[in-house]
Design a protein around this ligand. Structure first.
Ligand code: SF4
Length: 317
């Protein structure tokens, strides 16, 4: 068996930054630390933090007055920030800057009285947060059928935005349908689908046709990980999304000689290495690392965390 190891894979700059935020708040404040929504959509990352005393909440009402709350990489709506203000919470904002960029675009278009078509999955934390910036101006579409159902008056100015972790295949079909229906639709100067989503999908797009099977390490609620499986299957190679080595079903490997392994943007690398070790010991697999795109993105820690660290350093002992 040959294993092709996709590069880039795994943690992106936004996930690294969000995880470091929680680690630093834990160091500063000690447990418990409250995090609004899963910090990133990965079961192992979340469970590791739970063991260190992090409490993940789905409502700001669950955070005791005056405590510190960290917002996840997916961002929050202004309503959530308002609730935190009312409860006098110290807010550390680990929203990925590329998600914040989409929020800012929504605010700008809404101020200019555009109707905004947001391409994304309506139950995803990121889309819920973006929608909250301009709920009266935004209409969500998930697929081409939703575009057909849109009924925007012809005198409205229209723009589209996208969730950062969409499938490149689906997004281009939806955008084509929007452009056909609304030829004057506008879009931001730079693509909203983020560099990490694009690079991981492009690697699968290029490498999957050489393989008999694709294993994507990631959790079921991770949008960008699910899109990697779809990308493989759209290119004719069977793919499975697995949280870790224990989720492997060895029947999948019957007649398989080349396996592509990749990981979603929120999946830790040690889980990938466990799978490789298992395939080496069970099948004598050889491993070939394939670099499709170089990546060196890094995001600074948020101002809200820096401020908290400064206050802590200056506090009398
Ligand atoms: S997947 Fe993209 S948008 Fe999401 S955290 Fe990573 S870099 Fe940011």
């Amino acid at each position: 068996m040959k294993v092709l190891l996709a590069n880039p894979r795994g943690f992106c700059a936004g996930v690294n930054m969000a995880i470091e935020c929680v680690e630093r708040v834990l160091q500063l404040k000690g447990a418990p630390v409250y995090v609004y929504h899963e910090i990133v959509h990965n079961r192992h990352v979340v469970e590791r933090f739970v063991h260190q005393g992090v409490i993940f909440v789905n409502s700001i009402d669950e955070v005791p007055q005056g405590s510190t709350v960290v917002y996840s990489a997916h961002g929050v709506s202004p309503e959530v920030r308002q609730k935190s203000n009312e409860r006098k919470l110290i807010q550390v904002d680990a929203t990925c800057p590329l998600v914040t960029k989409v929020h800012n675009e929504a605010i700008r278009y809404a101020r200019q009285k555009f109707t905004i078509v947001l391409i994304g999955h309506e139950d995803h934390d990121e889309v819920i947060g973006t929608l909250g910036e301009a709920p009266d101006a935004i209409k969500i579409v998930e697929d081409v059928d939703d575009v057909d159902q849109l009924d925007i008056p012809s005198d409205h100015r229209i723009a589209y935005l996208t969730q950062t972790t969409l499938s490149l295949d689906d997004a281009s079909a939806i955008i084509a349908a929007l452009r056909k229906k609304y030829p004057r639709i506008q879009s931001p100067p730079k693509e909203d689908i983020c560099y990490a989503t694009t690079n991981r999908q492009t690697a699968v797009q290029k490498l999957a046709p050489e393989c008999d099977l694709v294993l994507v390490v990631g959790s079921q609620n991770s949008s960008n990980s699910k899109r990697l499986v779809e990308m493989a299957e759209n290119r004719g190679t069977k793919g499975y999304l697995i949280d870790d080595v224990s989720h492997i079903n060895y029947d999948w490997f019957q007649g398989v000689s080349t396996v592509l392994i990749t990981a979603g943007a929120s999946a830790p690398e040690d889980l990938v290495q466990d799978i490789i070790t298992q395939l080496q010991s069970r099948y004598g697999a050889t491993v070939e690392s394939r670099h499709v795109t170089e990546e060196d993105m890094h995001f600074e820690l948020p101002v809200s965390l820096r401020k908290l660290e400064r206050q802590h350093a200056e506090a009398p002992v």
